[in-house]
Design a protein around this ligand. Structure first.
Ligand SMILES: O=C(CO)COP(=O)(O)O
Length: 140
């Protein structure tokens, strides 16, 4: 599965802690992140992560583009609900695209726990079917 990891500044420590706790699950997947979040996670866990631009510089939009191509299977995005973000429209657009494409999205640790356990027990297998269907439509 392709999984995106994103956290606003006040939530980065929480996400690093979360990814460290579930490293053995997450290392079986292809991980993506916005710039600073990805760096923090890489430094702490040594996981292999494809890093996009920092959020305010377009990282959320780059992840959104992958969603629009149906190439992102799950998003863990620890948002900071108490701090205004200069790129709030990008954040809103990312969340919206998750709804457009029915992509599982956790915006806090409580939901992220549930998504990870769902991932571990195969609840996201339907995404593989979507990818296979998409491949057939593209003649692959
Ligand atoms: O701002 C972000 C998400 O909206 C996260 O970006 P960084 O990971 O670069 O801090």
């Amino acid at each position: 599965m392709n999984i995106a990891l994103i956290a606003h500044d006040n939530k980065k420590n929480d996400l690093v802690q979360f990814v460290t706790a579930y490293k053995s699950t997450l290392e079986d997947h292809t991980l993506f992140a916005t710039g600073t979040t990805g760096l923090r996670i890489q430094e702490a866990t040594k996981l292999n992560i494809h890093r996009f631009q920092s959020g305010p510089l377009g990282g959320d939009q780059q992840i959104g583009a992958m969603i629009a191509e149906n190439q992102m299977d799950m998003i863990i995005f620890f948002r900071d609900p108490l701090t205004a973000q200069p790129h709030e429209p990008d954040v809103t657009a990312l969340v919206r695209l998750c709804d457009v494409y029915a992509i599982p999205l956790a915006t806090n640790m409580g939901t992220a726990e549930i998504l990870i356990h769902g991932l571990e027990r195969g609840d996201l297998k339907w995404r593989t079917i979507i990818h296979e269907k998409q491949g057939k439509e593209n003649g692959e």
